[in-house]
Ligand binder design. Structure first.
Ligand SMILES: Cc1ncc(COP(=O)(O)O)c(C=O)c1O
Length: 396
């Protein structure tokens, strides 16, 4: 009798949570009902800088694979990386990156644990023989430069530190005897971006953590392109690396096995156990990206989202953008309150949160607001944020 009673109560609670509570949370728009996982997924407008918004389809397929990977009856979380089912996942992910970015012959694509920060050290270990040139455009560029200093001479060709990195330096000389010139294409924290492949007397190496796959890139100009996966590709904890094969093997030092790119090239990213689930999600993202029309289409969408939001920031009497206009990022849009409305900052954040906006608080080192608008962010989220900014303006 008691068991029957408990059963009915449990059924009632489950029904309430799945059918009423999740769907009706006040102010949170329900945008999606999952077909594959029998549940409701409540989506907010996710402007987080990373880990960040991923396509709904990628989340669903990844979740499905956690239950049963490709009909194997085993979860993707438990499947061997050496299994016949997993190998094609890595191969297809590599091939799709090559196809999507039009990577020339002679380059390898790697998936490595450790994130972009690990590459700050792996890059000079593998490429810096005597001297390297770095462009200092923010915290991440500085961290990359710090690691390089352990391996040789580092020339900081220019810096915008004196203005809290609100612009991209333009006039500088890259030493022609440097092994490479390193720059961060998109400065996630400050909202500045270099959207073209720079001209340089020496090969380029770039941290493209936060704008990879958002536009076409001329890979042939680079010895190495790397980044953390957690913005435009997959969940966090993994780096993607595109490396020119014959640029390796020219340093005089011993490179520890795991830090040597050659190890991972020789073993197809499987020298040790790779982050299997993250690679699977990356594959689903790449399939999605290709189906959307690839990086050309992503570039159009990125520009459309960013120009809408910047137009509103410039128009709205309460707000002001922080980055130099010509250097504004399409991926991370940063702004603050106009000085006369400064005291409203916290209040606006709360107001926006109440409207379902997530992750718009600026990085702790700059304050204000930041809306990260990566590939998977729907235009409807940008529209919702703009509506929220306008509604707040009307109150003041
Ligand atoms: C441009 C850039 N580089 C490097 C990193 C560090 O990445 P990870 O946390 O994967 O080491 C970040 C993180 O946000 C970033 O935005």
């Amino acid at each position: 009798m008691v068991a029957k009673y408990l059963y009915i109560v449990e059924k009632f609670i489950t029904f309430f949570i799945e059918n009423i509570f999740l769907v009706r949370i006040k102010g949170v728009p329900l945008r999606h009902e999952s077909k594959t996982i029998k549940n409701y997924i409540v989506m907010k407008h996710n402007f987080c800088a990373g880990p960040a918004v991923l396509p709904q389809e990628v989340i669903e397929k990844s979740a499905q694979a956690v239950y049963d990977f490709a009909g194997t009856g085993i979860s993707i979380l438990s499947i061997s990386h050496r299994s016949k089912e997993f190998k094609p996942i890595v191969d297809e992910a590599e091939a799709l990156i090559k196809e999507i970015l039009d990577v020339p012959e002679g380059y390898s694509v790697l998936f490595l644990a450790g994130g972009a920060s690990m590459e700050f050290c792996r890059v000079p270990y593998n490429f810096l023989n005597k001297k390297a040139a770095y462009l200092n455009t923010g915290v991440w560029a500085k961290k990359a430069m710090k690691e390089a200093k352990a391996f040789g001479e580092v020339v900081e060709v220019a810096s915008s530190a004196e203005s809290t990195y609100t612009y991209i330096p333009k006039d500088y000389v890259i030493p022609a005897d440097a092994d490479y010139f390193h720059y961060t294409t998109n400065n996630t924290i400050y909202g500045t971006e270099i959207r073209k492949d720079l001209d340089s007397p020496v090969p380029l190496i770039s941290d493209m953590s936060s704008d990879i796959f958002s536009r076409p890139v001329d890979v042939s100009k680079y010895n190495c392109i790397y980044g953390g996966a957690q913005k435009n590709l997959a969940p966090s904890g993994m780096a993607f690396v595109i490396v020119k094969n014959d640029a390796l093997g020219h340093v005089d030092r011993y490179i520890p096995t795991m830090l040597n790119y050659q190890t991972h090239i020789d073993n197809g990213s499987m020298f040790n156990t790779p982050p299997t689930f993250t690679i699977y999600s990356a594959l689903e993202s790449l399939r999605w990206l290709k189906a959307q029309g690839g990086v050309k289409e992503m570039a159009k969408c990125a520009e459309a989202r960013a120009s809408k939001l910047y137009t509103e920031i410039d128009r709205n009497k309460l707000f002001v953008g922080t980055a130099n206009e010509e250097d504004r990022s399409y991926m991370n849009i940063c702004w603050v309150m106009q000085p006369e409305y400064k005291e409203l900052e916290e209040d606006f954040l709360k107001f926006a949160q109440g409207k379902g906006m997530v992750g718009i608080k600026g990085h702790r080192s700059v304050g204000g607001f930041r809306a990260s608008c990566y590939n998977a962010l729907p235009m409807e989220s940008v529209d919702a944020l703009i509506a929220c900014m306008q509604e707040y303006e009307a109150k003041h």
